[in-house]
Design a protein around this ligand. Structure first.
Ligand code: ACO
Length: 317
């Protein structure tokens, strides 16, 4: 079976940096509490003229330029987000228009919260396989600052905004394994009772923590088992960047090598569906990703949902 390999990435961060010190002036919290519980030191918030779609478009433009491909090469556009500025048009349709992607190709949004990028990549793999086509544009983007109660210290210190984009190629003899799952739960909730309601994010942090430290190692082990690989075969593990302690639990549980687990929540906070592609983009930019490397990406989050995938980084065409 043909699998996805990563060719190029792009990223976009909004202009406003919000430090823990800034939040200390807003709610009853401290830099010490936030850093020791989460590893987060700052996050980015959208300015008035920015949203999840403007970030997605900027990230997608960069990924396409870096890939060496043209808009006409892109066979599908799948966007993972839970904070689209409008229910319709979707962010994916906005990206299609902005980049001039061909109209006879699918463009759609996927909402699987923080697991969204894995779900979106799996969807792109399915679309390329079903409809034909070689290259997919997959984006994770969020403007979570628009969905938070700025007076709720249990959530407002955690989340940030941003976007990451990836160009994937469907290629022969490429190791590609995906695992996805869902368990309906109100442990993380945003919006409601009507879908268009803008009720802010609420979360049972402890329950989500317990779920995460069980789901992440399980997903990584499933991906390794299904691909008949061991941890030694992995060059990188790119986890959803919710909380440094959750990743540390995963490393401990699996007796894994910490340097293989990329972390950047200190700079971004939890950017939900954007966190994995933002990490991939940073890793590509800083030269950490090298052609031929094998990566496992692991996400978990609202829904509840989880997902993992194993893929190779190929680099630009
Ligand atoms: N500053 C200071 N004190 C705080 C803050 C804050 N920002 N927030 C909570 N507290 C207080 C609590 O009120 C509590 O006080 P009390 O003991 O007097 O009642 C105390 O700190 C401890 O609170 P806990 O909730 O027990 O803190 P915990 O150690 O569990 O850490 C955290 C909270 C960081 C949220 C953790 O539970 C966590 O990371 N959970 C997972 C979250 C996650 O990964 N979400 C990802 C999915 S999100 C998505 O999909 C959109």
């Amino acid at each position: 079976m043909k699998g996805l390999q990563l060719l190029a990435t792009g990223g976009a961060l909004p202009g406003r940096v919000v430090t823990n010190e800034d939040l200390r002036r807003q709610v009853d919290t401290s830099d010490e509490w936030i850093t020791t519980r989460t590893g987060i030191r700052q996050r980015y918030y959208c300015a008035e003229n920015e949203d999840a779609a403007t970030l997605a478009i900027a990230a997608a433009r960069q990924a396409l330029a870096r890939s060496g491909l043209t808009a006409a090469d892109i066979a599908c556009c799948v966007v993972a987000t839970l904070s689209s500025p409008t229910a319709t048009p979707s962010v994916a349709c906005r990206v299609q228009a902005a980049l001039g992607l061909p109209e006879n190709r699918p463009a759609l949004d996927v909402n699987a919260a923080c697991s969204g990028f894995i779900y979106a990549a799996a969807t792109a793999h399915g679309l390329l396989t079903t409809l034909g086509g070689r290259y997919a544009l997959v984006i994770g983007c969020e403007a979570l600052s628009r969905m938070m109660d700025p007076t709720d210290r249990t959530t407002c210190v955690l989340f940030g905004d941003g976007a990451g984009a990836a160009i994937f190629e469907l290629a022969e003899n490429t190791p590609f394994v995906v695992t996805l799952g869902a368990r309906g739960s109100e442990a993380i909730r945003a919006g409601g009772p009507a879908a268009c309601d803008t009720a802010p994010i609420t979360m049972d942090g402890k329950a989500v923590f317990r779920f995460a430290v069980e789901a992440m190692p399980r997903c990584l082990q499933t991906v390794l088992d299904r691909s008949q690989k061991t941890q030694a075969d992995l060059d990188w593990v790119v986890c959803h960047q919710a909380n440094s302690r959750i990743i540390d639990h995963c490393i401990k549980h699996l007796h894994a090598e910490p340097p293989k687990f990329y972390k950047n929540m200190n700079r971004h906070g939890n950017t939900s569906a954007a966190s994995i592609p933002i990490a991939l983009h940073e890793m590509e930019e800083s030269g950490l990703l090298r052609p031929g490397q094998t990566l496992a990406c692991i996400g978990f989050g609202g829904g509840l949902t989880w997902g993992g995938m194993l893929l190779t980084y190929e680099g630009r065409k």
